[in-house]
Design a protein around this ligand. Sequence first.
Ligand code: SF4
Length: 324
Amino acid sequence: MSLQSLYTKVLDGHRPSDGEIRYLIELPDERLPELLACAHGLRRAHFGNKVSLCAIINAKSGTCSENCSFCAQSGHHGGESPEYPLLPPEQIVEGGKKARAEGATRFGVVSSGKVVGNADMAGYVEAIRGLVAIGIVPDISPGILEADQLRALKQAGLQGYHHNLETSASFFPKMCTTHAYEDDVRAVQSGLDAGLYVCSGGIFGIGESWDDRVELALLLAKLGVPSVPMNFLNPIPGTPLENQPVLTPEEALRIVAIYRFLLPDRALRICGGRPTVFGEERKGELLESGASGLMIGDYLTTSGNETTSDLQQIEAAGLVPEGD
Ligand code: SF4
């Protein structure tokens, strides 16, 4: 097998076999640039020179009932994160205006917690209507939504539902014990059934193996999610993963490139942990390793990169933001 022949086959619609996936994982480090170039070629074939930019607002923070080991917002850990109830809709819409001015075309309203009560539903509906009115695509990430809630939000103008699976079914119980993996898979399926643009991905560098990474990618492909956010662990003091080593840029790039081989036509959006793993110096490499989108601005509880420097990196890579 050669990398070039596998690349050509995937360009033609082939799904890599187990042996071919193992070949990509075990490709020697000195051949990483070739792997990244092929992943970039696949990304170009499906997305041209466009980069999708999205931004989020932490609309409801902290005291989460769940115990995800990487998360500062869990009420089970001592991780420091702000704590507040759902922001007023006007404040969320203001956040959307700022994101739009910085070049984002999608805006995610993200909240801690597993389920959504009626009072919060009313706030989301109003916020979504406001975001539609200012001309930015509204997405929501409020935990697990029931079918009737998804319908009501869609009627208000919601376009995207974000719900990460985070990792493989096999590794999930080592990362979270307060709910079942199947609950998350059901939530993703409900979003797809509701006809929403579903954004579902994971976090890498939490102690998972390559098999876990591949298992997650293959499940996302099977479910048919159009958009896959990729986060890298930024170990937060007070969380169970506070001492977990940060991924090297090389390993993170290899994950993105292999995800591009496994999900060639899906949006791969680089989200949390980008500054931690890549710093300012190396973040441009992500744009040439298979990624088709970036989250700009700040993350949920940590700061992001300067948007102006992200835009410069996009230009330097010969790419353009989707909305331009
Ligand atoms: S990742 Fe989401 S569900 Fe898990 S603890 Fe954090 S806010 Fe709660």
